[in-house]
Design a binder for this molecule. Structure first.
Ligand SMILES: Cc1cc2nc3c(=O)[nH]c(=O)nc-3n(C[C@H](O)[C@H](O)[C@H](O)COP(=O)(O)OP(=O)(O)OC[C@H]3O[C@@H](n4cnc5c(N)ncnc54)[C@H](O)[C@@H]3O)c2cc1C
Length: 602
C-alpha cells in the first residue's frame, strides 16, 4: 500500500511576536517547524503501514529549506520524501497548491491513501486536502478521527464534525484529512534523526511535474492577498487600580449589560457603492431539518454586501424535503430568494452528491459571490466545489468591504490573529468565501420571495454511511450571554469554584484558557480561543488570563470585556473595555457578595 502524506512547513507560532513599534509580525529568525496538525497525518501514515504494510511517502511544496521538514518526517519513520520546489510556485493559494500537489503525485506515482493534517496553523483554510482529492478525481473524507479498517480496496473510518459522527466506507484511493485527536505523534529517536540527515530527497520543479505555468504560484492563484496588516484596535480600555475594585467592577457590569441590552440589532441598509449583475448567495448549512446557526449569522453580512453591490441576496441549500422549514425561516433573515438543490434521499451532507448539486446551481445561475458558514462540512463542500466550478476560495474571513468596481475585499486572521490579510478574487466568479462562526449577529429582516427548486438527477455516490450519530453536544459556551473566563492565575483546580460562584450569581457560564483545559482542570469543550470555542457573549469577564492572541481571537466578538489581572503589563488590558489591576482572590469574593445582594440587569 502506498500512503502519501502531504505536509507544510510553517513558522513556529510560539516564537512569533509583534514588533511593538510597527505592530507588524516579526518573521525574521523564527524557526520553521512541521505544521503541528501534519504531525498527526505522518503518525497515522506510519501506523497504517505498521498495520497493513507498504510505504509512507511524504511530500511538501515549499522553498528549499522545507527539505528540513521532510527530514523530520523521515526521522519519524516515513520511507521516502519529495520536495516540490520552484520559484514559480511561490505565493500559491490553495487552488494552485492543490493543483501542484496533484501534478507531483501523478509524477511520483499514485497512491492508495493520501493523508493531510486538518489545517495549517498559519492560514487555517482546511482546503488543500479536499481540493487535492478533487484534482485527483478521488473521494475526500475530511475530519477523520479514526481509521477502523482497510481492506479489499476500501477504507472504513470515523468522520467527526461539530455535531455529527459518521462511520463511512470509501473505495481507495481516497484523501483523508485527520483530526489532531486521532493519535499522539511519536518523537524520533536520536539515531533516526542522524540517519535522516543523509537520506536523499529528490527535488521536483514545475517542469519535472509538467505543471502548467498559469496554474501555479501567485500567477496561477485565483485569490490574491492585497494587504497584510496588524489586527485593528476595537476597544478603548478604562483601567482601575484602587481599593474599591469589587464595587467598580460591579458598576461596570451593570453599565455594560444595560448598554448592550438597549442596543437592538437592527439592519441599516447601506448606500450602494457599485452595481453587479450576479447575486450574492449564502450557503445554508444544516444537519437534516436542523439549521446550523452560523448560516443565519452570516446572512446579515450577506445582506449588507448585496446592498452595497446593489444586487439580490439569495440563500442556497442542498438537501431533501426536510429542509423546507429551514427555507421558510431563511426569509426571516433578509433573503430575497432561496435556491434549493434537491437531492432526494440525502438529508445529510455527503461530499460528492452535495458538491455536484451545488456546482450545478452555481453553473446555471452564476452568482457573484457565495458566503459559506465556517463549519467543517461547509468548508469541505466549499473546497471541492471551488475546484469543480474553477474559482478561488477565501477562507475563515471575519470582515468584508467592497469598492466602486464591485470587488469584494475579504479580511481574515493569519497565525491565529497575530496578523490580518485582505484578499480578493479579481478574475474568477463566483468569489467563494468561508466565514468564521461567532463573528456576525443574526439579524431579523423579514422578507418574502420565491423558492427555486433544482432537482438533482445524478445522485451517485462513492461514500457509504454505515452509521450516523447526531451528537447531542450543545455548545453552552457559544450560546452564553455572560461568560466568566478563568486562566492560569486561578492557581489550582479547586479555586475554579470562585469563578463558578461568580458565574452562578450572574447567570453565566465558566470557560477556561487552554492551559487549564490541557491540564485537565476543566473540560476541553469549555476552552475559549483559537483551538477552542469562539464566544460572543454580551459580557466576558477574564479572571487571571494574560490575553495571548490565541485566546483573544476567541473573545473578540464579546460585546464588553472586563479583565482582572495582577500584572499591569498583561496584554488583556489592551484588549478589554474595563480592567482592574488586582488580585482575583481579593476582588472576586467581594464582587460575588455585591452581586448577590443587589443583582444585575439580565
Ligand atoms: C497553536 C496554539 C493554539 C492555542 N490556542 C489557544 C486557545 O484556543 N485558547 C487559549 O486560551 N490559549 C491558546 N493557546 C495558548 C496561549 O498562547 C497562551 O499560552 C494561553 O492563552 C495562556 O493562558 P493563561 O492566560 O491562562 O495563562 P498565562 O499566560 O500564564 O497568564 C496567567 C495570568 O494570570 C495572572 N495572574 C496570576 N495570579 C493572579 C492573581 N492572583 N490575580 C489576578 N491575576 C493573576 C498573571 O498576571 C497572568 O497574566 C494556544 C497556543 C498555541 C501555540
Amino acid at each position: 500500500m502506498r500512503i502519501f502524506v502531504s505536509i507544510k512547513q510553517v513558522p513556529d507560532a510560539d516564537d512569533l511576536r509583534i514588533d511593538p513599534v510597527t505592530n507588524n509580525l516579526v518573521r525574521e529568525g523564527v524557526p520553521a517547524v512541521i505544521n503541528p496538525p501534519d504531525l498527526h497525518a505522518i503518525e497515522e501514515g506510519i501506523r497504517l503501514r505498521e498495520r497493513y504494510g507498504g510505504k509512507v511517502i511524504v511530500i511538501t511544496m515549499g522553498p528549499p529549506q522545507a527539505e528540513n521538514a521532510l527530514r523530520e518526517a523521515i526521522a519519524m519513520g516515513a520511507d521516502e520524501a519529495y520536495l516540490i520546489t520552484d520559484r514559480a510556485m511561490a505565493g500559491a493559494d490553495t487552488w494552485a497548491t492543490s493543483y501542484t500537489l496533484y501534478k507531483a503525485i501523478k509524477k511520483i506515482g499514485e497512491g492508495d491513501i493520501y493523508l493531510f493534517g486538518r489545517r495549517a496553523v498559519d492560514g487555517e483554510t482546511e482546503q488543500v486536502g479536499p481540493q487535492t482529492g478533487k484534482w485527483l478525481g478521488i473521494p475526500s473524507v475530511g475530519y477523520v478521527s479514526k481509521f477502523i479498517e482497510i481492506g479489499e480496496g476500501k477504507a472504513r473510518v470515523i468522520r467527526t464534525v461539530e455535531n455529527e459522527e459518521e462511520e463511512i466506507e470509501v473505495p481507495l484511493p481516497a484523501v483523508f484529512t485527520v483530526l489532531e485527536t486521532i493519535n499522539k505523534p511519536r518523537e524520533p529517536d536520536i539515531l533516526s534523526l542522524i540517519k535522516s540527515k543523509t537520506v536523499k530527497i529528490p527535488k521536483l520543479s514545475k517542469d519535472d511535474i509538467g505543471a502548467e505555468p498559469n496554474k501555479i504560484g501567485l500567477a496561477g492563484s485565483p485569490t490574491k492577498v492585497i494587504k497584510v496588516h496588524p489586527p485593528p484596535k476595537t476597544r478603548n480600555p478604562e483601567i482601575y487600580r484602587g481599593n474599591d475594585a469589587p464595587q467598580w467592577v460591579y458598576d461596570k457590569i451593570v453599565k455594560s449589560l444595560k448598554e448592550v441590552n438597549e442596543v437592538k440589532e437592527t439592519y441599516v441598509k447601506p448606500q450602494p457603492k457599485a452595481k453587479v449583475n450576479g447575486e450574492i448567495w449564502v450557503y445554508i448549512d444544516h444537519t437534516g431539518d436542523e439549521v446550523n446557526r452560523v448560516s443565519w449569522e452570516i446572512m446579515s453580512e450577506g445582506r449588507r454586501i448585496a446592498d452595497l453591490l446593489d444586487t439580490k441576496l439569495a440563500g442556497v441549500i442542498v438537501g431533501d424535503d426536510e429542509v423546507k422549514p429551514i427555507i421558510k425561516e431563511a426569509f426571516n433573515y433578509g433573503v430575497d430568494k432561496v435556491y434549493h438543490a434537491r437531492v432526494k434521499g440525502f438529508p445529510f451532507y455527503i461530499n460528492d452528491v452535495y458538491t455536484r448539486a451545488l456546482s450545478k446551481v452555481i453553473k446555471k445561475y452564476k452568482p457573484e459571490a457565495i458566503f459559506f458558514p465556517g463549519t467543517r462540512n461547509s468548508r469541505e463542500l466549499a473546497s471541492t466545489t471551488a475546484i469543480e466550478v474553477d474559482t478561488g476560495l477565501i477562507a475563515d474571513c471575519v470582515s468584508f468591504d467592497v469598492d466602486e468596481k464591485g470587488i469584494i475585499y475579504s479580511t481574515r486572521p493569519d497565525f491565529g490573529g497575530k496578523e490580518m490579510s485582505t484578499i480578493i478574487c479579481p478574475n474568477h466568479k463566483p468569489v467563494m468565501i468561508t466565514v468564521r462562526g461567532g463573528v456576525f449577529y443574526p439579524i431579523k429582516i423579514p422578507k418574502e420571495g420565491e423558492v427555486i427548486v433544482e432537482e438533482i438527477e445524478d445522485l451517485s455516490t462513492k461514500f457509504k454511511v454505515l452509521n450516523y450519530t447526531k451528537l447531542q453536544k450543545r455548545n453552552v459556551l457559544a450560546e452564553a450571554d455572560i461568560v466568566i473566563g478563568v486562566g492560569r492565575g486561578i492557581k489550582s483546580p479547586e479555586n475554579i469554584k470562585l469563578a463558578e460562584e461568580l458565574a452562578s450569581v450572574l447567570n453565566g457560564v465558566v470557560g477556561v484558557s487552554k492551559p487549564l483545559a490541557d491540564m485537565g482542570w476543566y473540560p476541553k469543550e469549555r476552552q475559549i480561543g483559537q483551538t477552542g470555542t469562539t464566544i460572543r457573549p454580551k459580557l466576558y469577564i477574564a479572571l487571571g488570563i494574560s490575553g495571548a492572541v490565541q485566546h483573544l481571537v476567541g473573545i473578540s466578538g464579546a460585546r464588553r470585556i472586563i479583565a482582572i489581572n495582577i500584572d499591569p503589563e498583561a496584554p488583556i488590558f489592551q484588549n478589554c473595555d474595563y480592567g482592574v489591576i488586582g488580585d482575583i482572590f481579593e476582588v472576586v469574593p467581594g464582587l460575588v457578595k455585591i452581586v448577590r445582594e443587589r443583582g444585575v440587569p439580565q
